[in-house]
Design a protein. Sequence first.
Length: 207
Amino acid sequence: MTKVVPAAEGRIYFIDRGIDASIKVGDVLNVFRDIQVRSAGSRKSLRVQLGTMAIVSSETGVSLGRFIPAAGLDEDPMIRMKTPVKNDLVIPKLKIDASVLFDAGAATLQAQVVKEELDKVVDFVRSFSPSKLTIEGHTDSDGDEGANQTLSELRAEMIMNYLINNYEEIRPAMITARGYGETRPIVTNDTPENRALNRRIEIVVLE
């Protein structure tokens, strides 16, 4: 995980890691903020996603990224500052097109492409050496919301189990799976091209 510092130029931000941490131009990283919330009389720490950071420059020890806010960020009452601030976390992720791994509406991996695609996950793990990561399933908004939620969960679990069973680098204790259904689009679902972008699997480094 890296820290973010606002730069002078618009929504361009300094990140305190660079090519030495396998961050390269074109990478898209998740931006998180740890906040304190009150629940049942006590305060708890909650990590919320602000958006993503598209890397536009990377050198040893430093990168520059362009911030892209998450959908609905402006309406989130828990987030007062809507753009990254010093000490927000920039966390690596890998995005895979779900339609490459799965037939439409299905949660069975396509055998002819699964190894080639999931080898990318292992390369990603080797680059960042995480102690914890999660497999996230995401869908577009077509169809029933509940069915989309279930589908995203099944797909994430299917990939997690395949990785555990086929790659020694992936240990059960380091990986979890979670489905978000249609609740976290990266673009609006108003065109076929955008819906295809939202149908995805994300591998996110947690620690």
